[in-house]
Every structure is written in C-alpha cells, then in structure tokens.
Design a protein around this ligand. Structure first.
Ligand code: MG
Length: 441
C-alpha cells in the first residue's frame, strides 16, 4: 500500500467505512456535541385486541428519526406510563441515543432500588426503541446488529385448549394442518369450565368472595397425565407437545407430575413451580428426564443463574419487557448458550408487536434458540401496528426493513382505549382453592 493511501485511511476513517470521503472527520475526532440527541420520550396506550399494551416512542434531534419499544405490563399499565413519563423522560432528554448500553446501565441504577417490574418495563420500552433507532441508522433490521441469522425463521408453538380431550385433539389437528410442528396442549378439569390457559374454573362456593375463580391443584394433577395418554394415542409422537402448568401446584405434586409425564415425550413442561420454589427443580431433575421450561415470572437476569449454571432447566422463558428489554435478554441468551440451555421467549398477547419483533430478532441471531411462543395479532392490531411480523407454515419471519420494521399509527391507536379494567387488574388475585385459599401462580 502506498504511503498516501495509508494516510488517507488514518485521517478519513479508511476506504469502505461509512461516511469516509476526502475531508471527512477522523472517526476518533467525533465530538459528543455533534451527536444526535433524544428530544422526547412518549407513551402510547392502546388495546386493539382488548389486551392493554404500553408502547414507548423515543424521538431524536434528527428529523424523522425515532424508535418504538414495548413496555407492556398489562396488569399495571398506568404505573409503567408514569415511570416512563415522570422519571425516564427527563433523565433521557439530551442523551445520545446511540449509547444503548450506557443508557440501559444508567436507567437501571437511576432509581437506586431496581430489578423490579414496572421500572424494568419502563426501561424495556426505551431500550427496544433505541435498538429500533440503531437499526434505522444502520439501515439494517435488528437481527443483523446481533450477528445476523443462524436460521431462516423462528419455529413457533401454537396454543390449543379444549373443554374435553376430543375438542383439544381437534384443535391440535387444526394447527398441524396449518403446518405447525409444536402445539401447547391444555384441557379443562372435568366439573370446571375452561379459562385462559385451559385450566380449571369452577362455580365458586357462595361463601367465597364475588368474582372468585376456583382451581383445585389435585384434580388438575390427576388430569394432565390422562390428557397426554389420550393425545399420544390419537396423534402419535411426531407432533411436539408442550404444556404449561402455570405454577399453582405444590412442590411434591410438581415432582410427581413431571415423573408421570415422562412416557409422553413432551417438548417441554413449563413452569411446574412458582419462582419462590425453584430449589425444588433439583429434586425434579434427579428423578426424571422430562424437559423443563421456567422463567416467565422472573424479573431480572440474576434469577436464572442457579437454574442455568446447574443445568436444572432446558428452556429459559423470559418476558422481554419484564426484564428490561433486548439489552439484558441478549446477554442472558449468551449465558444460557454456554450451559446448553435453549431460549423460549415468552410471546403471548400481552406483548406488543415491538416486543414480539425483539423476540424474533433474538430467535434468528442466537444459536441456542429452542422454540418461540406465538401470538397472531388480529386485524385491528395490524392496522394500529403496520408491519406486524408474518407467519407461514408455523414459522415467524423477521421484517427486512431497518429497525423492527414496524410502525405505530398513533391516531388509530386512540381508537382502542383501555377497557375491561377490573378483570385484567386483579384476575390473579381472585383464583382460590375450593376452601378459599388463594392460589399462587
Ligand atoms: Mg406460561
């Protein structure tokens, strides 16, 4: 290389580098005062599917450059709105949106007390919006910023619930006909009616508080092995079946249930224990080989350390907006990879399309991807959020547009204000055993 060419590389950032041209500033001379700035942070509340979503918009000093993120905590959305608008917004205005890691770290300690829901959700909305901005500045979808694809799409699992085994079988077959390879199977306990994740709700005793849903763990634990025996008999072993316990059973019931499910070759059993009882995973692990998934109720990355490093679980579940966004999630995924634990990011309806896009970016870029929970957004959600990710043959594909490739139409979002307040706010506080004992999810 000629001396003149060497000099041009040293002074102009080098041929091939973005923005390099004669007269361009050397890259190390870029001053913080030249950087773009965050000019506003806004919250949009909307419920196009009657599920309350909280999304955050970060605006910058560069005209037309902004990003969107998911801060949804559907049970306590207004507290998150307050955390963003009253605390993060003034802290962030004037900061350089390029410095995602620094912004995450400074927001994380800004309240001194940390690692909890609400504040983590607020940080998540900002964090994902900054990754959206970063992608738009780079002209790349976010998965490219994480290292690019190691698979063409994310293999999904669909939800099937039935009032009885026959109805459940029919619904699983419908997903299989649509090309799905993984289905989560839930059935009602006889004598109870179905709700939510296909678990049990019985008419409440008149002595129980009004609005009570009744769940009896022992009836449920008896039912689930019968359900899988039926399903394997009818469907064979090719379709990968999952099941969500949703916590709610005792430690010894969890050990017994997981052992009894072993012959039915589950893809995974989710959340057999509540977060407070994770030490019992050691007992489960010692006694059987059913793959285990855990973590959607965890709030911070440290809660997975023992479960992952002792290889007590097979799939790490995370609600991205609950632990602070993409920044901590990608580190957690890398931690899991070292220990052979796979990812199964939480992907229900109480995650906005931006959160779902963040899940998929990780699914494509992380080697240790396991499976992705799906949610199919309805027509109203697709209208409010143009660019929602596409599903084909049981796979979800990332957008190839820069950032998340998804927009939020703020005017249309107003057409879907929050409703059904009480049922969402307090649902989990109204599930009781027949004698009135509260059931802990
Ligand atoms: Mg779950």
């Amino acid at each position: 290389m000629k001396r003149r060419d060497m000099l041009s590389i040293l002074t102009a950032g080098g041929a091939g580098m973005a923005g390099a041209s004669s007269g361009a500033k050397p890259v190390w001379a870029a001053k913080e005062s030249d950087a773009i700035k965050i000019t506003d942070v806004k919250v949009v509340l909307t419920a196009p599917e009657r599920i309350r979503l909280v999304v955050v918009k970060v605006e910058t000093s560069e005209p037309g450059l902004y990003g969107w993120g998911c801060a949804t905590f559907t049970q306590r959305p207004l507290t998150v709105k307050t955390a963003v608008e009253e605390y993060l917004r003034p802290f962030l205005i004037g900061k350089n949106p390029d410095n995602i890691e620094d912004i995450w770290q400074s927001c994380f300690v800004s309240s001194y007390w940390r690692n909890g829901p609400v504040l983590n959700n607020a940080i998540s909305g900002v964090d994902m919006a900054l990754w959206d901005i970063k992608g738009k500045r780079a002209g790349m979808p976010v998965y490219q910023l994480l290292g690019g694809k190691c698979r063409f799409a994310a293999d999904l699992y669909a939800h099937a619930s039935g009032r009885d085994f026959q109805e459940l079988e029919d619904r699983i077959r419908r997903w299989m006909e649509r090309g799905y390879r993984h289905v989560r199977a839930q059935a009602s306990v006889p004598g109870y009616s179905a709700y939510g994740a296909g678990s049990a709700q019985k008419e409440a005793d008149k002595r129980l508080p009004e609005g009570t849903s009744v769940f009896e763990p022992s009836a449920y634990v008896q039912l689930v092995p019968q359900m899988f025996e039926y399903l394997r008999d009818k469907l064979g072993y090719e379709v990968k079946l999952l099941h969500d316990t949703h916590e709610r059973i005792s430690n010894s019931q969890a050990v017994s249930l997981v052992k009894r499910l072993e012959p039915y070759d589950l893809f995974f059993l989710e959340d057999p224990l509540p977060p407070e009882q994770v030490d019992h995973f050691r007992r489960i692990r010692e006694q059987c080989s059913t793959p285990l998934a855990m973590g959607e109720l965890f709030n911070n990355a440290h809660e997975w350390i023992d479960l992952v490093s002792e290889r007590l679980i097979d799939y790490m579940r995370v609600h991205l907006s609950q632990i602070g966004g993409l920044t901590p999630a990608r580190k957690l995924a890398a931690f899991c990879e070292i220990f052979g634990v796979k990812t199964a990011w939480h992907g229900p309806g109480d995650l906005s399309p931006f959160g779902q896009a963040a899940n998929i970016a990780l699914d494509l870029a992380c080697y240790n991807f396991g499976v992705q929970e799906q949610h199919i957004f309805n027509d109203a959600a697709n209208e409010v959020f143009p660019g929602c990710l596409k599903i084909e043959n049981g796979y979800m594909f990332a957008n190839e547009a820069p950032g998340w490739g998804i927009e939020c139409n703020e005017e249309l979002a107003k057409k879907y204000p929050f409703t059904d307040k009480a049922s969402f706010d307090m649902f989990w506080g109204n599930v009781r055993r027949p004698d009135g004992t509260i059931v802990r999810p």
